[in-house]
Every structure is written in C-alpha cells, then in structure tokens.
Design a protein around this ligand. Structure first.
Ligand code: FEO
Ligand code: CA
Ligand code: CA
Ligand code: CA
Length: 628
C-alpha cells in the first residue's frame, strides 16, 4: 500500500457560535491580522492607498490588486518567518475602485479607468516577513521578488494549443503569447515549487455581438457588452496595439490587424508562475484544458508514476476534470539543479491527457479521455467532430458534452489528502437542478455538498462517495443528510484545502447568484470549518443511495467552525507556513471592512469605510501551531 501512516491530528478549538458582524471572528487564544489589503504598495513607484479611490492605473501596477482569492506561501530558504505570498485577484468592485464608481462617457469607458481595472486584476507576488516582536507579518516594500501580473501582462502560451490557428492574433501572429490573465480564482501548486493560477470567469470580459461559434457560445462570451465594457475604450488616442479593441472578439472582416477573434482563445487556462524567479514569464498550460478553471490540485506524487491534477469547471451542470502527465514523476525534479522550474513545468504540464469525470450510481466512476480517438456517445470520434488535440482543448466543454460526463452542482476547489491521496471536491450549490444524479442527489441544491474520490493516475477508474452535505441544521433529514447542527451548519462550500497534518479546511461563499438567500447564510456569515477526515478506503460501508439520510457520521461529527468572515464577504484562499504557526486566508468582497487605523482584523469599524479585500494572517497568541 502507498498509504503512509502519519499521526492523526486533533482539533484544539471549540466550534465558534454564529456571528454576523463587520469583523473577523477567531477562537479564543487566536489573533487575526490584516495583510496586503487591495492597494498595498509593493514598491516606491506606487502612491499609498487612498481612501477616496483616487489611486491611478499606474499605482495599481505596483500594488496588490483587488478581490484576493487563491494563494500560496512559498518559503524563502524553508522559513516560516519569511516567504513569498502569491495571491490571485479574481475580479473587481468597480464602485470601490473608482472615486464615484465606473463612468461611461458617450457610451465609452475612459481609458484610464479601464487600465486601472485591468491592473487591479491578476496575481500578486508579495515578499512578506514576520519580524515584529509579536510575530506579525509585513510586506517587504521594494523587494525584488515583489511582482504584479495583470490582465495586460505578456504571458507565454504553451502546450498543444500554442502556435495553433486558434490563438494567432495581431499581438502574437505566431500564437505563442497572450496579453494578460483574467479572473484568477483558485490556485494550485506543483511538486517543483511553482504556482498555478486558475482563470475562471474570463469569458464574460469578451463580447461578440454577432453569431458566436461554438467555442465562444459554450463558454459564455458576452453577447451585448463585456462585463466591464473594456471594449468601449477601443479607439482612444492612447490605445496601444489593440489594448482595448481585443476584448471585442466579433468577426470584423479580413483586416488582419483588427481581427481579434482569437484573443479570447488565449484565456481559460491554468497559468504557471515561478515566484522564485522575478524575471520569469508566466506560462499558460493549454494541455490542462480550457474552461472556467476554479482551481487546481495536484494528486499525491508517486515516483515512477504520472502526475495527476484535478480542476473543477465552476458553472451549473459543468464537469470536473483530471489532467495526467505523460512524463513519470522523478523526485529529483522537485529541486531542479539549474533552478529552471518552468522547464520542469514544460515536462509535466505540456504533454499529457485531459479527462472528464463520469460518476456512476454504484459508487465507482470513470475518467473519459478528451483525445482525438475517443468515441463520443453517438459513435463518432472527438477527432472527427473537432479535429486535432488543439481543437478539442479549445472546445473542452463541448467535447466533454459528447462523452457522457456527469453534470455537477458547480464544481469549485479540489483538495488532496497529503497522506492517503483521497481527492475532495466542493460543489457549491445549484438552485436550478431538477434532475438529480447519484453524485448530485438533491434537487434545488441551495446548500451544496462535498464529493470525494480515490483514483490512481494510471487508471481510468475511481471510487467515490459524498463526504458531507451542506444544510441548515433545522432542515428535515432528507435535506440535512449529514445531520449538521447549529455548531457546524454550512452552505455553499467553495475553497477547500488540506494542510500537511491532514486537517481539511472548508471555506464558504454564499455571496453570488443569490447565494445569500438560504437559511444558513441568513443565520451566519461565511465561515471556515475544519475536520480531520477518515480515509475513503477506511469506510466499512459506502452508502450512496440518494434516498438515504445521513450518509455517515464518523467523518463529519467533528466538523468545527474555526473562523467567521465580516458581513457580505466570502472566505477564500488558504496558505500556511511550514511550521503551521501562521495560517493565511483571504477576505473577498467585504461590505465595510477592514476598520481604518488598525491591522486587527477582528475590529468592526464604527463608521463607513471603503471596503478592501485583504489577506488575514491567523496566529495563536502563544505562537504555537494553528488548529490543534
Ligand atoms: Fe471564483 Fe467559482 O469561484
Ligand atoms: Ca471560488
Ligand atoms: Ca467567489
Ligand atoms: Ca464561489
């Protein structure tokens, strides 16, 4: 057996009672400190953050962006006191970003506002250090490691789609580069020490008012106007090389210089970043599929076997995917001798097979390969339908449709148990489900649930069960199938991650798509819970009959509430120092937080403030490991 036996941790805090305040709530003995809020200068080139929204687009190039999401702590020299915190900036709150919200003048967005919005998106690399006597963290201003990637930063396209006819643009006639990364939601990491940033809701930033080809329509390219109407700034006297025009991907005749149709095909990928090399370019790994990537989790690496990466496609009735590398894992690649982490990324992430999941009612499942020879349900091959591998990847969703993949209740993050390799997937909610299936067994699933499976990268098969159903505590047993109580009722699970000790952390996001309209969200703000799960393989009985109530008890009975967010905010992103003494999470889209004049995240502001998404560092007052 590959399962290693590590000591099982014990949670060392009592479940928090419900709270709905404009402050973070942590258990007794803990503190929570604001770190790197939107607009925090990374270099002296940025003016300090202004509470009137008056910072410029150029300031935003040198500060943290908005709406923090996935993240990871990369230690410097193994340190738990100094490292690189890489943080995604998923989207923007235009009302908070500008002094008086976004403007439209004669139907056009001003170029400076659009540039500011573009620069508020992307990814930050923040050099952080804990040098205060009490262990508090600060951003190291002007560190050469500090970096911003925005929705305009030049990135490399790599893998099967790179160089293909799908991605040749006036900016990159060879199809090997693209400007920007967009709507970076969750993240992943690789065994060689790089960061994967997931492009999620990028499609709606592009518009095509004409007839959309399948690869645009199936991902939700806007039909009337882009989400922020960036395309309306096209033609501004200051526009550089289609800087804004590229967001309109309509058919525009034969003029090659104005043909931006392919621009949207440069988005929808997992983006690999080497935080340790400030001179490196980010690389979009197209072999891992093109869809609304929520995040990415690497399966437990095993020497001599392929690597597997899991990624959910977060939209109602979309699928969950697995990428398996052609190359077999060589543990020496964890620390490449030449320091070239992105060359290792090329080895494992540019050549491999993408699969989509079918969950069967008997508790097993199959990974269906998105490759040219694979037969569709009507007997053709994907190659016959779409063409070569690049074409299939561009059409990832449409190809998965033809294979009988299981439509899920909004697949969000995945997490891999560090010892036994079980994979956990959050299914946040789906208030439009009427027809159920074994893995999504509740109609009008407003509370969401967590599915888990176990597979081997060399096999197409897996076994699965439902780990826990979200629910209000007072709901009837047919809904509250995991018998949640007031101490651990939750809804809309989203972020999910294991720490190295085997504690599973579950974060909720009731904030969009009318998500707050459920009984849990009306009783408690978004929250982070913790549990120490038993292995899927350790289950004596796998009860997956959707008619059954509580599917088990041992796994969820000790699910505890560890943290509560300020009003209207979701909790997302999870990182920790190697010694587990600091745990980082992100507060996204708060209503009136953080309070000004303090870094204490648990203080509610007495007056109205311009809200700022931020990282929160959670530590014990006595400096010992968090959670136990
Ligand atoms: Fe960006 Fe699916 O959350
Ligand atoms: Ca999310
Ligand atoms: Ca969200
Ligand atoms: Ca979400």
């Amino acid at each position: 057996s590959r399962i290693q036996h590590a000591p099982t941790p014990t949670l060392g805090f009592a479940s928090l009672p419900a709270a709905m305040t404009d402050a973070c709530v942590v258990p007794p003995g803990y503190r929570a400190t604001v770190l790197g809020a939107w607009g925090t200068p990374l270099s002296g080139q940025a003016a300090p953050w202004r509470s009137d929204g008056g910072n410029s687009s150029s300031d935003l190039l040198h500060t943290t962006g908005m709406h923090h999401d996935g993240m990871h702590y990369f230690p410097l020299a193994g340190s738990s006191r100094e490292g690189l915190l890489v943080v995604n900036h998923e989207y923007i709150d235009e009302a908070a970003l500008h002094p008086d919200g976004p403007t439209l003048v004669d139907g056009r967005r001003p170029a400076e506002e659009v540039r500011k919005e573009i620069n508020a998106h992307g990814v930050s690399v923040m050099h952080i250090r804990s040098t205060q006597p009490d262990g508090r963290w600060d951003v190291v201003l002007n560190s050469p490691y500090n970096r911003r990637f925005t929705s305009a930063t030049t990135m490399t396209l790599s893998g099967p789609v790179a160089g293909s006819r799908w991605v040749r643009t006036p900016f990159a006639p060879d199809g090997k580069a693209v400007r920007g990364t967009n709507n970076n939601c969750g993240n992943g990491t690789t065994p060689w020490g790089t960061y994967l940033s997931a492009e999620e809701n990028w499609a709606m930033c592009f518009v095509n008012r004409g007839e959309q080809p399948l690869h645009q329509a199936r991902v939700g390219v806007a039909a009337q106007a882009g989400r922020y109407q960036w395309e309306t700034a096209a033609g501004d006297a200051s526009e550089v090389a289609g800087e804004f025009a590229r967001f309109d991907v309509s058919e525009r005749g034969t003029d090659a210089l104005s043909d931006w149709r392919n621009e949207v095909n440069g988005f929808g990928y997992l983006v690999e970043i080497d935080p340790y090399d400030p001179a490196s370019r980010a690389v979009k790994r197209t072999a891992m599929g093109r869809f609304a990537h929520e995040a990415a989790a690497c399966g437990k690496p095993v020497a001599g076997e392929p690597l597997a990466f899991y990624s959910g496609d977060d939209a109602r009735f979309e699928y969950v995917y697995r990428y398996v590398s052609d190359a077999l894992w060589d543990p020496r690649d964890a620390k490449p001798a030449d320091g070239n982490h992105l060359a290792v990324g090329h080895k494992y992430l540019d050549h491999g097979t993408l699969y989509v999941a079918r969950f069967d009612a008997d508790g097993s499942g199959e990974w269906l390969a998105l490759t040219p020879p694979t037969r569709t349900q009507d007997g053709r091959t994907l190659g016959e339908v779409f063409g070569d591998l690049a074409a299939i990847l561009i059409h990832t969703r449409a190809a998965a449709d033809l294979l009988g993949a299981t439509p899920m209740d909004r697949p969000e993050w995945t997490a891999v148990h560090p010892q036994n390799g079980d994979v956990y997937l959050t299914l946040t909610n789906n208030n439009q489900r009427t027809e159920t299936n074994a893995a999504n067994p509740r109609a009008n699933n407003v509370s969401g649930h967590i599915v888990r499976w176990h597979d081997e990268p060399g096999s197409h098969r897996f076994v699965w069960d439902v780990f826990v159903f979200g629910s209000p505590a007072e709901a009837e047993a047919a809904t509250n199938r995991s018998a949640l109580t007031a101490a651990n009722q939750f809804a809309s699970p989203d972020g999910i991650a294991f720490d190295e000790r085997g504690i599973l952390w579950i974060q909720t996001d009731n904030g969009i798509d009318d998500g707050r309209n459920n009984a849990v969200a009306k009783a408690i703000n978004d929250q982070m819970l913790a549990v120490v799960p038993q292995a899927l393989s350790a289950r004596t009985e796998r009860r997956i009959d959707p008619a059954l109530p509580a599917i088990n008890s041992a796994n969820q009975a000790d699910l505890r509430r560890f943290f509560i967010a300020p009003n209207e905010a979701e909790i997302t992103g999870f990182a920790y120092t190697p010694d587990h003494c600091t745990l980082f999470l992100n507060i996204q889209h708060p209503a009136n937080w953080p309070a000004s004049g303090t870094t204490d995240a648990t203080v509610a502001s007495a007056q109205a403030v311009r809200p700022r998404s931020a990282t929160v560092a959670i530590q014990k007052h006595d400096g010992t490991p968090v959670g136990v």
